[in-house]
Design a protein around this ligand. Sequence first.
Ligand code: MLT
Length: 407
Amino acid sequence: MITINEHYLKLQKSYLFSDIAKRIAAFQESYPDTDLIKLGIGDVTRGLPKASISAFHKAVDEMADDTTFRGYGPEQGYEFLRKAIAVNDFKSRGADISADEIFVSDGAKCDTGNIQELFTQDTRIAIPDPVYPVYLDTNVMAGRTGDFADGRYNGIVYLDSVKENQFVPSLPEEDVDLIYLCFPNNPTGSTITREELTTWVEYARDNKALILFDAAYEAFICDKSLPKSIYEIEGAREVAIEFRSFSKGAGFTGTRCAYTVVPKECAAHDAKGNKQLIHGLWNRRHCTKFNGVSYPVQRAAEATYSDEGKTQTKALVDYYMKNAAMVCTTISKLGYDYVGGKNSPYIWIDGKIDSWDFFDMLLNKAGVVCTPGAGFGKCGNGYIRISAFNSYENVTTAMTRLTETLS
Ligand code: MLT
């Protein structure tokens, strides 16, 4: 008899963004004439940088010719892309990361979800609340939690990210082994200073813990004093894995390209307490379960590091940040407290009422889709998240409708 992994039965009904998509579909069926503006899921709307498109075309042509055709590529990614990443994203900021510590993949979602496979079942896990649901759900699936009760899974150490701590969690009071951090944060849009991040790195070093640092939104950091990578912090190489993505900054949500950095010194321990290097284990997993990102996509990603690619990517980021600024101005005029929107495409708004009620009100009265904060965790209740990923015109209209609805 085939039996099910019962940990799946502990999961909440459906994945947050699928749940929202279903609600939107139902709304559109009932009101087909409403011109909905979607500021919910963080999905980009602008075309890829022109430099990426040219590189993409050229690479596709190479695939059409027997003499330049490529079959399976290296699972870890082509050297040309790994080198460009190491130089531009790390060495240029004084972070000592080399090309062979980079694993190119098709998404930070997959990587942040898969990484937990490397650690034991009894790993004590610290997860912020609110949080990008993937970190928590994948640990539930793996059986590292108890049941869901009163808005939380038993067995997880939740790190509250609330107004009182400026949405940057404090160190846990109990011992933990694995810590998920995400900055600029999804969903709150909050950022972490160098000093605060140093505290976390020191905690991990002192407690033989590991930090999983999700930096998928680093491209949106405008404040030059803020760290973009955890490897800008001394001592992080031994205790941190970092996740990056071309999705949000360069507009690759549909094209798919991301990467994970596992420094060679980064270690966990075996049952006898001996250090085991993670790099080789992640490499083993990656080669077994993943066959690499397609060649044209990797060329398109590499092109974002050319001079014109950098300028075009920055223009995309600036475009969305102009939208974010407009959302911040509107929300603040309407008298709501918010965080984010300055170094992040997300604006986290204290709606003062239940998040799903706020979501329904915006959907029904304004025809605007946001993301209810409660979907990101218990501490998210009362909040909604507005994403700056849409056209300037649509965001302008959405803000007019919001003002009419909420004034
Ligand atoms: C979000 O809206 O939180 C993200 O876009 C979802 C994702 O990146 O998977």
